[in-house]
Design a protein around this ligand. Sequence first.
Ligand code: FMN
Length: 190
Amino acid sequence: MIYKVAVITSSPNKDGLTAACGNHARRGAEEAGAEVDEIDLNFYELLRCGACGTGYGTCRTDHCCQAEDDFGGLHKRLLTADAYIVVSPVYWGDMSESAKAFFDRVRRCEATLREESRLKGKPCIGVAAAGGGGGGTITCLLTMQQFFNHVRSEIFDLITITRKSREYKLHAIESAGKAMVEYMKTVKAG
Ligand SMILES: Cc1cc2nc3c(=O)[nH]c(=O)nc-3n(C[C@H](O)[C@H](O)[C@H](O)COP(=O)(O)O)c2cc1C
């Protein structure tokens, strides 16, 4: 079986740290034989959640979003993946705005399915890519961890990286991508 891994990045900087992390994550997953679907959220039109009605719209009733933009197609691509890796630059100690816009809406569609969440049990890795100081990487990962828990995914690893740790952490990200696919082939497949 060939596993499909979605690598989701969310930085406007095409040559920055986030992009490098995404490339290494892809490389690792491919080394283990996975097929990778790369999604750069900054290339798409993603509105923020409108908190429709009195707080919920079709996210609660039909588990899809009623806003008309690129969300529906990207949500489907994520759901077709067997595992996923999220890489966000650290902005204000949190995920980037494009990542928040996307994952806030995915959470509403999936967390409202509770145990039937279509992301339930899917292995995932979160990467917080920061500047030199690295302040805020932990809170960024906390936000990601909350998302993963709300949609009942299986956290494989949570990784911080800064400009200072870039060289060795890029190797770690590649290794993590590879190890996650190996884990799916062995442990998860039984
Ligand atoms: C709006 C904004 C807020 C930022 N906030 C933080 C922060 O809280 N902590 C930190 O270490 N770096 C922060 N940075 C620096 C970025 O995390 C860092 O430059 C990162 O490498 C950006 O990813 P990129 O290389 O993909 O652009 C911020 C950058 C921007 C543009």
